[in-house]
Ligand binder design. Sequence first.
Ligand code: AMP
Length: 544
Amino acid sequence: MRGLMMDLPLRISSILDYAADYHSEAAMVSCTADQPEHRITYAGLRDRVRQLANALQSDLKLAIGDRIATLAWNDHRHFELYYGIAGIGAVCHTINPRLFPDQIAYIINHAEDRYLFADPMFLPLIERLAPQLNAVEGIFLLTDDVHLPPSELGVRSYERLIAGQPASYDWPVFDETTACGLCYTSGTTGLPKGALYHHRSTVLHALATSLPDAMGLSSRDTVLPVVPMFHVNAWGLPYSCPLVGARMVMPGPKLDGASLYEQFERERVTFAAGVPTIWFGLLEHMRSTGKKLSTLERAVIGGSAAPLSMIQTFELEYGVQVLHGWGMTEMSPVGSVCSLDAAKACLPVERRHRIKQKQGHAIWGVEFKIVNELGERLPHDGRSAGVLYVRGPWIASAYFRDEEASREAFDAEGWFSTGDVATIDPYGTMQITDRAKDMIRSGGEWISSIALENAAVGHPGLAEAAVIAATHPKWGERPLLIAVRRPGSTVEPGALLEFLSTRVAKWWLPDDVVFVDELPHTATGKIQKSALRDRFRNHRLPTV
Ligand code: AMP
């Protein structure tokens, strides 16, 4: 028997309508090259989004399912594109400008993007790529005519496109499984693969991530998404913030420690989210200037493991509560958040911080299983480590136009293989031990590179650390620690190994330590292990 409830499809446009109707005065502050401190309310944003929707439909003749690419930072115009494109039933394809140019050309062609909307600073990149872009019919730069840089490509300004369009528009009603967003994985090995989100998955993800034991967002918050809108939709914040009426501070390209600190204080930010590399920059800035944060309450750390030392510094020195989150492009992206329930919140501070080092419990809607090499389920005993599989309404069911990758990524029951190795304890707290391909196999036993890296960056003389497998004649593989010293530090390998020896098992200790000036990072700010493996392929470990 069918229930007797209204059958209204979940649509992204409903989120902005709600914010504009019920939080109309909540503002968004953006930093762009042409407007360094632009302010607008949700009601104002809805007017501009409707103007954009009219332009996309009447001038550019876009239809349901068409893909439109963006190469842009976090600002109000990029936000408007999210809603305008999805609102008419088209697909907003966010592209990470830090990818290699050939990868950018590949994904624009693979997606067959009809138009490209880009920050003016990316014009030189676009001019270089233009001859390779097959399906792109036009390029719009996110600025006005006054600031439009000259180009032989015939670029037009975003402001001119929407100017004069009516600020009224009736959002079309379509099935809630209509595609709305497209994001490609960074593809450190092989070609990038596309995750194609739909309205239903996006709305449900926004709802679930706002819950108190996930990100706990509300209309009392001022949120600064440090994570870019091209990194899996800024972890859903452009949807969850208007959904709850939170104020938003959009930093544009200003992501260095000093700029972030200035924005946090000026705008009285209460909540922020970003990858550890970004937080290292902010913490280093505050350490060197002696500044404190006066309003920030919660910081989500995700994208890579949050080191214990970072959790301790945020919570003990700056009074900022850390929320360690885990997810993937294919998961919209949030799968788990490490928030503490009543019992855990009463534990002594040291134990609380050790729990927060873990990636946490699945948020509602996401299911976890860990399996061994034979695909058999492993117990949730906190010790058995296996490949983590996930299932849920905002997890990809296939890759966009990639049957081979789609076949490989799912098991017979339809679960998605994350490629991460994890343990789950009896309370359901999940801990990532490593990417399967980053683990170090020493004499038949596994060593977690993440655990070693996290312990190493706890040393006050280190800025960053990576651990990779080096070939060993007896053990097969042994850990090699590659580290970057903090300015002024003279720490030597011996002292570092001694520091580690009280923090990890003896047989885990790296066989060698190499200091470098900087570590390579991926387009999303993670340490690029593949580049390190290439560079240190022939590294000879000491024989004693
Ligand atoms: P991406 O799709 O680029 O966001 O990358 C997803 C991958 O990042 C995951 O499969 C993990 O390997 C890694 N990752 C994300 N968050 C965390 C975390 N909190 N701790 C450890 N690894 C993480």
